[in-house]
Ligand binder design. Structure first.
Ligand code: MN
Length: 130
């Protein structure tokens, strides 16, 4: 079990991260994230992609400009340079597996302009935590 991110380095709430699989021969990592009820991951984007499979619980995610309700076994594809954030419901945790490149660029955080652009959609404005 590892710290999700350095405390204070990026806005998130009640998230843990565990690396389940990391073999250099496969050049990818499989991680498990646990988001506590009402918790959320960081709103971010990066050049690498994610393949996320929901393992348990309930929540929603933002991918690009769309918000999806997610349930166990849903697959969420996060394309390159696409804003994304996962939130657990207020009354349930959200656990998911995330496959990612072993060698990857650092996540970018949204600046004020990017947040303003996202918030042009009221549904997205109500969803994001930044
Ligand atoms: Mn990400």
């Amino acid at each position: 079990m590892r710290e999700y991110k350095q405390e204070g380095s990026a806005p998130f709430r009640d998230v843990t991260r565990q690396v389940l699989f990391a073999d250099p021969a496969l050049a990818s990592e499989l991680r498990c994230f646990e988001v506590a009820p009402a918790g959320h991951t960081t709103l971010e984007r990066h050049a690498h992609v994610h393949a996320v499979i929901v393992a348990h619980g309930r929540g929603r995610c933002l991918v690009g400009e769309r918000i999806f309700t997610v349930a166990p076994f849903d697959l969420v594809e996060v394309p390159a340079l696409t804003w994304h954030q996962f939130r657990a419901d207020d009354d349930a945790p959200l656990g998911f597996l995330c496959m990612v490149n072993a060698a990857r660029d650092r996540p970018q955080l949204p600046d004020a302009e990017a947040i303003a652009r996202l918030c042009a959609d009221p549904a997205v404005a109500a969803f994001i935590r930044a």
